[in-house]
Ligand binder design. Structure first.
Ligand code: PLP
Length: 439
């Protein structure tokens, strides 16, 4: 799209996340309107939003049920101070989230997004160990190629070197292991690479001294590494290791939560229940900032004592449990449950995977990964994504694109015909990108 001089000037007074302004100015996108599966830019051009904002618009943009829930809540209360009160609708949200999570994961603290959920979970785990006889446990093990948020703790847990190194020294006590993709060419099978990657976590814990390790935090499916999708056994091995050393297993489900992988949470898809789960993004379908830290209820007992004992979780955020946001979260969850969108994600995901498999005809696809409607395509050419960024926008489709891969996660309101439209646009954009790369 063409920028007006005012837009160009204003873009120099702000920044686009993780994006050099000069690059953005070459290929700008200013959105004016959003509805369902589509976005419209300031010039009226329509884009298929194949990534639901950025893994956020789980029910599409401006879903009528979500809009109505906001309108109703606006008439009651839009802010309740979390420091000395809680709203009714926040309690309803706590109950509903507790009911859809696996196992005993029903201690729920609503917050304003993914980073806050991750920060809350890591602080919860550190304080938990201090209060349950293991005060020396403070370290976290996480993975390279991961992203856990833009705040200091989330960044320290993240494993994307060049983004983090700008802010070093980082918070102390964060250790890294490699995801299974790092070992895939060193083993005869994907299963073996996963086994090795999971078992390496135990080596790190032992060599660090288990009495110092508080938690392991992983995204069940890793976006920033290109939709890295481990085996079920990988998570079973992690679960066993964490149990052996009294280490909390945290699933960062900010992307994978809320039906994308074919179940409400990837924990259910992989059949392994963590001790804490972080949620965000799709929980509000993008209507309002919302996230949640969810913990095992028996762990939460460590934070309650008799009145006057001053035993509490020493943590909070002004907008935590915001009533308007919680009303939205309830509407999203009820829509997912009532319309059986988890089953739909699984069904539609199979169709999506079959359409993405057609891209192999271009001879540039190394792997197609993911579960449900969360899918990623890795290129054999580690730079093709650069050209694809431009051609996708030209063709009116928004994808999550890295130089070596791209990801899609269409909203759950999509039908097969929409997947066809989306995949036709992807095919055209890859054909165009190959043309650009040739010239
Ligand atoms: C896996 C994961 N965790 C945490 C975050 C941070 O969430 P937010 O940007 O809402 O703070 C993100 C954001 O992309 C994410 O992908």
């Amino acid at each position: 799209m063409r920028l007006t001089s005012r837009q160009e000037e204003l873009l120099r007074h702000t920044f686009i996340d993780y994006y050099p302004t000069a690059d953005f100015l070459e290929n700008p996108l200013i959105i004016d309107r959003a509805e369902g599966l589509y976005l419209w830019d300031a010039e009226g051009k329509r884009y298929f939003d194949a990534i639901g904002g950025i893994f956020v618009a789980s029910l599409g943009h401006r879903h009528p049920r979500v809009m109505e829930a906001m309108r109703v809540q606006m008439e009651r209360a839009t802010f309740v101070p979390p420091l000395h009160s809680i709203s009714n609708v926040t309690l309803d949200f706590v109950e509903l989230v507790g009911a859809i999570t696996p196992g005993k994961l029903n201690f729920v603290k609503p917050v304003s997004g993914g980073s806050e959920a991750v920060e809350s979970a890591m602080k919860f785990v550190r304080q938990y160990h201090k209060q349950t006889g293991s005060p020396g446990k403070y370290k976290f093990v996480s993975r390279y190629h991961s992203y856990h948020g833009g705040t200091s703790g989330g960044m320290a847990a993240s494993g994307n070197g060049s983004r983090r190194s700008k802010f070093e020294p980082q918070m102390a006590g964060f250790l890294k292991v490699f995801p299974p993709t790092h070992y895939r060419d060193s083993f005869a099978s994907w299963d073996e690479a996963n086994r090795f990657a999971a078992e390496s976590v135990e080596d790190v814990i032992i060599h660090e001294d288990p009495d110092t390790v508080a938690g392991v935090i992983v995204e069940p499916i890793g976006n920033t590494g290109g939709i890295i999708t481990p085996t079920d056994e990988y998570f079973q091995i992690l679960r066993g290791i964490c149990d052996r050393y009294n280490v909390a297993l945290i699933f960062d489900e900010v992307i994978t939560g809320f039906a994308k992988t074919g179940r409400m949470f990837a924990a259910q898809t992989f059949g392994v229940t963590p001790d804490l789960l972080c949620a965000g993004k799709g929980i509000s379908s993008g209507a309002i900032p919302l996230g949640a830290m969810i913990a095992r209820e028996d762990m939460a007992e460590a934070f309650s004592g008799p009145a006057g004992s001053n035993v509490n979780f020493a943590h909070g955020h002004t907008f935590a449990g915001n009533p308007l946001a919680c009303a939205v979260g309830i509407a999203v969850i009820n829509e997912i449950v009532e319309k059986e969108l988890c089953a739909k994600a699984e069904r539609l995901g199979e169709y999506l995977a079959s359409r993405l498999a057609c891209l192999k005809k271009f001879g540039v696809v190394r792997e197609i990964r993911g579960k449900g409607i969360l899918r990623g395509v890795e290129f054999t050419n580690p730079n093709l994504g650069k050209a694809l960024k431009k051609t996708a926008l030209n063709n009116g489709i928004i994808l999550r694109i890295d130089p070596a891969w791209f990801a899609v996660s269409p909203p759950l309101i999509a039908e097969e015909a929409d997947i066809d439209e989306m995949c036709d646009l992807i095919e055209k954009s890859i054909r165009d990108a190959l043309e650009v790369a040739r010239t």
